[in-house]
Write a protein that binds this ligand. Structure first.
Ligand SMILES: O=P(O)(O)OC[C@H]1O[C@H](O[C@H]2O[C@H](CO)[C@@H](O)[C@H](O)[C@H]2O)[C@H](O)[C@@H](O)[C@@H]1O
Ligand SMILES: O=c1ccn([C@@H]2O[C@H](COP(=O)(O)OP(=O)(O)O)[C@@H](O)[C@H]2O)c(=O)[nH]1
Length: 907
């Protein structure tokens, strides 16, 4: 693992709230007010900007990006080692991989010039000062000639950029086709393109293939430049296969992926033909980041509903790994704007604009010419505003900068003509021979011009129909230190969630509302304007791109550690001889056995199968089990617990004659070997939600032949293991959809099993259950400590906490199989257990039938004296598990139990 100050080594926040709290603490620092901000720069910072030195520019670099904001040549990537920071510490190395590099190359006569690329991520990612960054991506130009590729690579090296060259035909299918004609509209909730052309079925497959091919080419470049300890940060919908390809090459690589756009609700994602393949590929990453909670929530529910994977507050469980999902609202490098505002070039420009637009209020729009930015809606609203306020036609001007991009795509060409038509109409209607109310530019501006425009603007008008974040709004706020203009911001931009307090929020589809908001913004009282600006300004200067990157890398480190700690992997075949041998050598053994697929006969046997579906819907104990179980239960050195999600009646029906412990509903109900049931439902457990969702389960049960619904005390379960599997799966997705939309506030877990859907009160797991069961066993049995545990189950991921409950605390990277020391419990669990078994609760006060359990037990003994070699956690029929061992089927379980009984009786 790299030596990285942003990676915490100890406490790993386990959920987004904890994470947010920590990050909030970290982002608290000295916050200048907007008045102070532009005055606080050091002399050296200002002079650096005023006196740009030619050494800072790479060969062939155009003079237009001489600002110190770009990656400097002094940190050339020809020197691949990490650079020390001021205090001597090493800067962590980060490979930032995005489709577009921060620099766009332009061919000049005999070399290359580089322009800073326009676009949010570029602006943000140039601000990562605390990292030794290498940018990997496309330089905005197709270069097929090898010599040219080499020379461009050299020029870009000076800017710490590593170009990726993709064949032009592949690139067109990948970028114009799959990325921008299919994924882009879908991710912005606009649905798939309905157009004939590259998005139609004939081209779809070739575009998807090209997408994967391009991703592989990006991966090859990253792999070539990767050094151990690097953090790899992949960006966007362009590169969703990249985490998979990188991890396949090197599973130790720390790979994060961040989405700069929104992520759509699952219903929209479902329409994408290769949608699940993309999700699978992404889940190879260690960390997946989104701008807002909404996007992250959409992603998680899409994965649970479409892939059927399990999600928890910590992330998504997939193939034995945990992929962390977290929220990182991106910001800008505000200092870069403050510095620019001090430069003579920007000051000059400000003066020029102030004179030019004197006597008129300036309204500003800065967007890429893209349908998601709502430019036509903005123009229509401005038209309405002028219609409603004819007297203001020569007193306002809307400056609309619309940077053309993706111009090869027909949708974008159509948008350009639509916008031009509207501009002509508005100026034709409201302009005069000397003045027009609308100035529209189809071209990018130089950075200094943009800063000056931001500074002279009275009202910034952002009307995105959907926008991942919208950094233009941040840039506007940063440049308004003296003017304190008003931000009118679409509620559908991610930025609305951070700048909503200071902005006037609008629905861009509501043309009349936007028109009246323009008027409101222009007339806002000074006091309110200042207050609103100050709120936004504080947000912009505290949530910078540097802070974004620090939080992302810290979380990535946490995610990797957390995943290693889970040690969920491929279980080894149970060493049966060892298990039997250690069983014989022990004095007080505990066998914890699951029910379904452990003690029941397999569902899919020929006997139980009709023509092509399974006929019988009754759970059946494995017929070979009876005498063996009886024998084991009679052994005074052996305690058996059957721990199941099923209810008391199911367990009673199947095990009433055995002298064993029964734990129903995941340990909520316990039956001692004497046959008495007791309940352990926590008193404050809220179960009000059960009545609300019961009808939903009933509805799906009625409509899915051979499916079953079980109403339990703390959970509801619907299973389709006996139904048509394909239809069951479709119904399960619909059921999940309905459940998730109706349960937003309930304290429940919605769990999708391989052929079931379950809703359960939070905190009810088999791991939590065993804790209570142990207390009871200790209370009820003789004082000998348990020195052997065999724990066999076919459990849902959530219940696999049972296996790790008995595991020693394992230092990361230490293989547990080599440990021979006595097992020690993690501190809190140990003290819990001791508490339960100490104190002075008298036997008389102990639980009787159907009473809630008190913090049980009055014994001062330790329940366990378990050495790691005497602990056999074993899953049945699972390829990935937190259990160390596996058995193939319930038949193997029966054979093992038989062998234990036989060995025991003959010893
Ligand atoms: O590279 P292009 O195809 O020209 O597109 C430009 C970028 O557009 C998208 O930007 C997003 O990122 C911004 C920063 O996070 C965010 O504020 C904005 O809402 C998004 O639209 C795209 O995600 C990038 O990959 C493109 O480079
Ligand atoms: O002429 C221009 C207009 C815009 N931008 C930059 O383009 C980015 C737009 O980012 P935003 O997040 O608002 O939207 P995106 O275009 O990434 O969807 C901002 O950093 C602008 O400064 C630019 O460099 N030149």
């Amino acid at each position: 693992m790299s030596d990285n100050k942003y990676k915490s080594s100890s406490s790993v926040p386990s959920n987004p709230t904890e994470k947010l709290l920590r990050d909030t603490q970290l982002s608290k620092g000295s916050k200048p007010s907007s008045n102070e901000a532009s005055d606080t720069k050091s002399v050296s910072e200002i002079s650096e900007l005023q006196l740009p030195s030619m050494e800072r520019l790479g060969p062939g670099t155009s003079r237009d990006e001489k600002y110190p904001e770009g990656p400097s040549s002094s940190q050339s990537c020809s020197n691949e080692s990490q650079k020390p920071q001021e205090g001597g510490a090493l800067k962590p190395r980060m490979l930032v991989v995005s489709n577009r590099l921060p620099f766009t190359a332009v061919r000049t006569e005999d070399t290359w010039s580089l322009d800073i690329s326009a676009g949010g991520p570029v602006t943000a990612l140039l601000g990562l000062k605390e990292f030794e960054v290498r940018y990997v991506g496309w330089a905005g130009i197709h270069v097929s000639d090898e010599a040219e590729q080499k020379s461009l690579t050299e020029v870009l090296t000076e800017k710490r950029c590593i170009p990726v060259f993709v064949d032009e035909v592949i690139f067109n299918r990948y970028y114009n086709g799959y990325c921008n004609n299919i994924l882009w509209p879908l991710f912005h909730y606009l649905g798939s393109s309905q157009e004939d052309g590259p998005a139609t079925t004939i081209y779809y497959q070739s575009q998807f293939d090209a997408y994967k091919e391009a991703n592989q080419i990006f991966a090859d470049v990253v792999i070539k430049h990767y050094k151990e300890g690097d953090v790899v940060c992949c960006h966007d919908y362009h590169l969703m296969f990249l985490p998979k390809y990188l991890k396949e090459h090197n599973s130790q690589m720390e790979v994060g992926w961040f989405l700069n756009t929104p992520f759509p609700p699952s219903e929209a994602h479902r329409t994408l033909p290769s949608g699940s393949e993309l999700l699978h590929a992404l889940l190879s990453a260690d960390l997946l980041g989104f701008h807002t909670f909404d996007y992250a929530r959409h992603f998680v529910s899409t994965c649970t509903r479409i892939l059927g994977v399990e999600a928890s507050p910590a992330g998504i469980e997939y193939q034995g790994r945990l992929t962390r999902v977290a929220v990182f609202p991106m910001g800008i490098d505000s200092d870069r704007f403050f510095r620019a505002l001090e430069t003579p070039k920007v000051r000059e420009c400000i003066k020029e604009f102030t004179e030019k637009y004197s006597g008129r209020k300036v309204i500003l729009g800065v967007d890429r010419l893209d349908m998601v930015k709502g430019i036509p809606q903005k123009l229509l609203a401005f038209e309405k505003f002028l219609e409603d306020n004819k007297d203001l036609c020569d007193k306002v001007v809307l400056l609309q900068i619309a940077v053309p991009r993706r111009t090869d795509i027909p949708e974008y060409q159509k948008l350009a003509s639509k916008v031009h038509t509207l501009v002509g109409r508005i100026n034709g209607k409201f302009g005069t021979l000397s003045k027009v109310p609308l100035i529209h530019l189809d071209q990018p501006l130089k950075f200094h011009t943009l800063c000056a425009l931001y500074a002279v603007t009275d009202v910034a008008l952002i009307t995105s129909l959907r926008d991942g974040m919208n950094l233009v709004s941040y840039e506007f706020v940063a440049c308004q230190g003296s003017k304190k203009g008003v931000l009118v911001l679409s509620e559908f931009a991610g930025a609305a969630q951070s700048l909503g307090a200071g902005a006037i929020l609008i629905n861009p589809w509501d043309i009349a509302e936007v028109a009246s908001s323009i008027g409101r913004a222009l007339n806002l009282k000074d006091d309110e304007r200042r207050k609103r600006h100050e709120l936004n300004f504080q947000q912009v200067i505290t949530h910078t791109s540097q802070k974004w990157a620090e939080a992302f890398v810290r979380e990535l480190g946490d995610a990797v550690i957390a995943d290693q700690q889970r040690i969920k992997g491929v279980p080894l075949a149970l060493p049966v001889t060892d298990a039997i041998e250690h069983y014989l050598q022990s004095n007080n053994r505990l066998l914890v056995l699951g029910l379904n697929a452990v003690l029941t006969e397999p569902v899919d046997t020929p006997d139980r199968r009709g023509e092509d579906q399974i006929r019988e819907v009754e759970l059946k104990l494995n017929p070979d089990l009876k005498s063996t179980l009886m024998e084991l239960c009679c052994d005074p050195k052996t305690t058996i617990v059957v721990l199941s999600g099923s209810n008391k009646f199911v367990l009673d029906n199947n095990f009433c004659e055995y002298k064993m412990w029964l734990a129903a509903e995941n340990g909520i109900f316990l039956r001692s070997p004497t046959g008495k049931w007791m309940t352990t439902i926590p008193e404050n457990l809220n179960l009000d939600w059960i009545d609300c969702i019961k009808p939903v389960f009933e509805y799906f049960t009625e409509r899915t032949p051979q499916s079953q619904f079980e109403l339990r005390n703390t959970s509801l379960v619907w299973n389709y293991k006996y139904a048509d599997v394909e239809f069951g799966r479709v119904q399960a997705i619909d059921l999940l959809q309905n459940l998730c939309s109706g349960l937003s506030n309930a304290h429940v877990d919605v769990i999708q099993g391989s052929r079931s859907v379950e809703v359960r009160a939070v905190g009810v797991t088999k791991g939590a259950g065993i804790h209570r069961i142990l207390g009871e066993i200790a209370y009820n049995s003789d004082p000998t400590q348990i020195d052997y545990i065999l724990c066999i189950g076919h459990f849902l991921g959530k219940d696999e906490d049972l296996y790790t409950y008995f595991e020693p605390e394992i230092p990361v990277e230490t293989p547990i199989t080599k440990t021979t020391e006595a097992i020690k419990f993690p501190g809190d669990r140990m003290s819990d257990l001791k508490l339960q078994n100490s104190g002075s609760v008298s036997k008389a006060s102990h639980v009787t039938s159907e009473q809630p359990l008190p913090n049980s037990g009055n014994k001062t003994c330790n329940v366990l004296d378990l050495k790691v070699e005497n602990y056999f956690p074993c899953t049945v029929d699972r390829t990935h598990s937190r259990a160390r061992y596996s058995l193939g089927s319930s038949d193997d379980v029966v054979s093992l139990l038989k062998a234990l009984a036989a060995a025991s009786s003959s010893s």
